[in-house]
Design a protein around this ligand. Structure first.
Ligand code: SAM
Length: 412
């Protein structure tokens, strides 16, 4: 039985009597007239596999709950019905539906926790200070009411506090729509690291997490071993290579597209990735659709995101990006020596100013050309080693190194 059909707010069930149907329809209309309340729409069956792509971009929080089994989510208050509300975002008419339920298993997506973290981040990052003060703080006003209702798992208190929040947000929408330039510099600011990570976690929970097990289907000790660089290390790497807005970034072997999304939103760069495996490539596409919409909801700028499904050794569009790229990431931790060599051959046409970041060095650190014969391709790069701390990559909790290659054609 699905969660939707157990909810008194859901669409009429097949097989229900006509009288029941009318009653439900009347109740549905009455609820729909209350601002902030919506009826969970019929969402159809969940996608059966990660390769079935979502046609529309945003995956609403309520969709996640509606697609889950009824046993996975419970109403916040056992004496109360499931309520679905709309949460307004700081971009005119941008809304997301949330069903106020909590998961019965630890680690499952939690809509109330999502609201609890989303609202303060919106107020800190996406609403001008003058307007943010109208929402109160975590000690008084609307923000406090939302925090308190989340803590006490009070669905009606939370729905009512969010109605107040939505009313204020509508004032902000009106201000944004006025034909003056007051907001232009504010709206041009890129999302902070914390906000980017939050948006990515929202997209991941909605599009990748339900299929995360499928990412472990690869041949062990092959070039397709799946592993991820965590957000913190991506930020450290981009800081080290001094990535700037407008630059071109490429992730060769981009998996589910995480680094590509982060760089586009955090640094406003033209951001590219390519992944050969079907499952991560399909999940990357779902994530991109949700994430692109989500950045728009938060009213933040974002560079263009292009995630291709293909072989980076054999994709002309990527050859063209390699020639323009300012920063190239190759997470080659599990790549064979042969594949590393083939990648190096692809990198002969890079710009002189490019920075190529790898998890295993292409060339020996501190190489001395005179000491040994250096391969012609390797000899155009200089490499420096940089250290990262614990819990920065998905395949180990230990710290490690990344390597930055710069072009030095003169000594090659
Ligand atoms: C360790 S994962 C890295 C994911 C992501 N770049 C990160 O660091 O978080 C390496 C990915 O490279 C992909 N890959 C290996 N050979 C490739 C090729 N020839 N073309 C495109 N992708 C490839 C693998 O399938 C795998 O998903």
């Amino acid at each position: 039985m699905s969660l939707r059909s157990s909810s008194p707010l859901s669409s009429p069930r097949s097989g229900a009597s006509r009288g029941d149907g009318r009653l439900r329809e009347r109740r549905r209309r009455r609820l729909e007239t209350r601002p902030g309340y919506v009826v969970v729409p019929d969402l159809g069956e969940p996608p059966s596999s990660p390769t079935r792509r979502h046609e529309s971009g945003l995956v609403h929080s309520a969709t996640m709950v509606a697609r889950a089994l009824a046993s996975k989510y419970k109403p916040l208050d056992k004496n109360s019905d499931l309520i679905t509300i709309e949460l307004f975002y700081p971009c005119p008419n941008a809304k997301e539906r949330y069903t106020l339920a909590y998961p019965t298993t630890a680690g499952e997506y939690n809509p109330v926790h999502d609201i609890y973290t989303t609202v303060p981040l919106i107020l800190e990052n996406c609403v001008t200070e003058a307007y943010a003060s109208r929402f109160g703080t975590n000690r008084h006003g609307i923000l406090r009411s939302i925090m308190k209702a989340c803590h006490t798992k009070d669905p009606h208190g939370l729905a009512s506090a969010i109605e107040d929040y939505n009313d204020e947000m509508q004032h902000y929408w009106s201000a944004l729509s006025l034909p003056d330039d007051t907001f232009v510099p504010f709206l041009a600011q890129s999302a902070s690291y914390d906000l980017v990570v939050h948006m990515m976690e929202q997209s991941y929970a909605r599009t990748v997490a339900p299929f995360a097990d499928a990412l472990n289907h690869y041949t062990g000790f092959s070039n397709n071993v799946y592993g991820e660089i965590k957000h913190r290390l991506v930020a450290q790497i981009m800081n080290t290579v001094k990535l700037k807005p407008g630059m071109v970034y490429l992730d060769m072997g981009s998996g589910i597209g995480n680094t590509v999304l982060q760089v586009a939103a955090e640094h406003n760069c033209e951001s590219w990735g390519i992944e050969v495996m079907e499952t991560p490539a399909a999940l990357a596409d779902s994530q991109r659709r949700d994430f692109t919409e989500r950045v728009r909801l938060y009213n933040k700028p974002c560079g263009t995101i292009s995630l291709l499904h293909g072989d980076f050794l054999n994709t002309p569009a990527i050859d063209a990006v390699i020639q323009r790229a300012d920063v190239i990431l190759v997470n080659n931790y599990a790549f064979s020596a042969e594949l590393n060599h083939q990648i190096l051959a692809k990198l002969l046409d890079v710009k002189n100013t490019v920075k190529i970041v790898t998890l295993k060095a292409f060339v020996a650190v501190e190489r001395r050309l005179s000491a040994r014969r250096v391969d012609a391709i390797e000899s155009i790069f200089r490499v420096t080693e940089h250290y990262f701390g614990k819990s920065c990559v998905s395949w180990t909790n230990e710290g490690g190194s990344f390597f930055v290659h710069t072009v030095d054609r003169a000594s090659g």
